[in-house]
Design a protein around this ligand. Structure first.
Ligand code: OGA
Ligand code: MN
Length: 207
């Protein structure tokens, strides 16, 4: 089954990206998809999640002072992952039709933050390559309470906190990758999410 994102929702997302550069949504991914993703994360846990690295290529390193989540990349061949990726593809096409952002592809990983894990304030667009344009973070934690920690804090360019997002099951955050520093506060409970990035093609940018 492939779920459809309505034109009305795509309009809301595009308008928000123009107005403020980000949006928080709570009912765009159907529950059966969220539940399948969560179940998959829980089953896969300890099998092929790896400590997340920072940087790219030869600069890549694991630094648990900065981030201490464990990740596993989504795979188009997997039927559960494909359901999520097909929704992201509809977002990509819908946003491109409205805003001509030239979004070209999407990469995403599951992330598990065990109790005590965090991700210090950072910007997603990697140094020297401006190809990550739009970030998505989807949360998979039923019944999250504020005292569980693990909030995603989104800052503006002056480091003023704009939003403190509870990583609640079904919440999707979308924001311009270069514009918003953000962090994951230390979590007290195991916290599951899927972070992803729409990228532009190097070919469009003269590299
Ligand atoms: C990231 C990130 C936030 C989260 O992976 O770059 O900011 O809540 N993740 O998983
Ligand atoms: Mn990030």
């Amino acid at each position: 089954m492939v779920s459809q994102v309505s034109e009305a929702v795509l309009d809301v997302i595009a308008d928000a990206l123009v107005d403020k550069g980000y949006i928080l949504l709570s009912d765009i991914i159907p529950d059966y998809v969220s539940l399948a993703l969560l179940e998959k994360m829980q089953v896969k846990h300890d099998i092929d999640f790896k400590s997340a690295a920072i940087g790219r290529g030869i600069d890549q390193q694991i630094n648990t002072e900065i981030r201490s989540d464990k990740i596993s990349w989504l795979d188009k061949q997997d039927h559960t992952d494909r359901e999520y990726l097909s929704i992201m593809e509809q977002l990509k096409d819908g946003i491109n039709r409205r805003l001509f952002m030239g979004l070209f592809d999407y990469e995403s990983h599951y992330a598990v933050y065990e109790p005590g894990a965090h991700y210090k304030k950072h910007v997603d667009a990697l140094k020297g390559s401006q190809n990550r344009i739009l970030t998505t973070v989807f949360f998979l934690n039923p019944l999250w309470q504020p005292e569980d920690g693990g909030q995603l804090v989104i800052y503006d360019e002056h480091d003023v906190a704009l939003e403190t997002v509870q990583p609640q099951m079904g919440t999707l955050a979308i924001f311009l990758s270069e514009r918003f520093p953000h962090e994951v506060l230390p979590t007290l409970r195991t916290r599951n999410s899927i972070a992803g990035w729409f990228r532009v093609s190097h070919a469009n940018h003269g590299f």
